[in-house]
Design a protein around this ligand. Structure first.
Ligand code: SF4
Ligand code: SF4
Length: 196
């Protein structure tokens, strides 16, 4: 660097310091952003719109007449890769040969929200909801028992049904068609589902 350039750069630094150049630049940036639409959500005051296919907390569902859907078959327990479901079943004393879950536990701390349990259920007794605010300091509260799972199912029944439609597991209606999976090829011995 020549002597002349050095002198110029020193003068520049002195001028910047005297004219508060850095503060003016910062103010300009701050003012500019006052008129830009923010992209961050002010959680918890503002919340995102959750898509119907979202995999949130699991809930157990009842039929419209209030009967528990779950027949205690254990398929969800067998399908769970995290081994976080425990089902205890018994024969229904009021309806011989039919079974129901006497106890049902999901350790939500181990759940990876894969949705396999929902897919495995033959009667759509399980569904995922849009519920995601259940953090707690007491880990024991994150083992959802049957009562809690039915409470979640009741409270979020509409979201749970939308989840089943979105994943093509229940009811062939117009709402579910837009999400409908298609078999890429005809599977031997299987009739592909009819859209109607
Ligand atoms: S979503 Fe997956 S990990 Fe969670 S309980 Fe169901 S099968 Fe298990
Ligand atoms: S939730 Fe479904 S798969 Fe699991 S035990 Fe009940 S009926 Fe069987």
């Amino acid at each position: 660097m020549t002597e002349k350039t050095e002198e110029k750069s020193l003068l520049r630094e002195v001028w910047d310091a005297l004219s508060f150049s850095e503060i003016r630049t910062a103010m300009r940036v701050a003012l500019k952003h006052m008129f830009v639409k923010p992209v961050t959500f002010q959680y918890p005051r503002e919340k995102r719109t959750i898509p119907d296919a979202h995999r949130g907390a699991l809930g157990l569902l009842r039929y419209d007449d209030g009967t528990e859907r779950c027949v205690g078959c254990d398929l969800c327990e067998a399908a769970c890769p995290s081994r976080c479901i425990k089902v205890v079943s018994a024969e229904n004393p009021e309806r011989p040969l039919s079974r129901y879950a006497t106890e049902f536990y999901i350790d939500i701390t181990k759940c990876v929200f894969c949705g396999y349990c929902v897919e495995a259920c033959p009667v759509n007794a399980l569904a995922m909801t849009k519920m995601y605010e259940y953090s707690t300091a007491d880990k024991r509260q994150l083992i959802f028992d049957k009562k809690r799972l039915y409470e979640i199912g009741e409270k979020h029944i509409e979201d749970a049904k939308r989840y089943l439609y979105a994943h093509n597991q229940e009811k062939n209606d117009t709402e579910s068609l837009q999400y409908r999976y298609k078999f890429p090829h005809q599977v031997a011995g299987l009739t592909p589902p009819q859209d109607s």
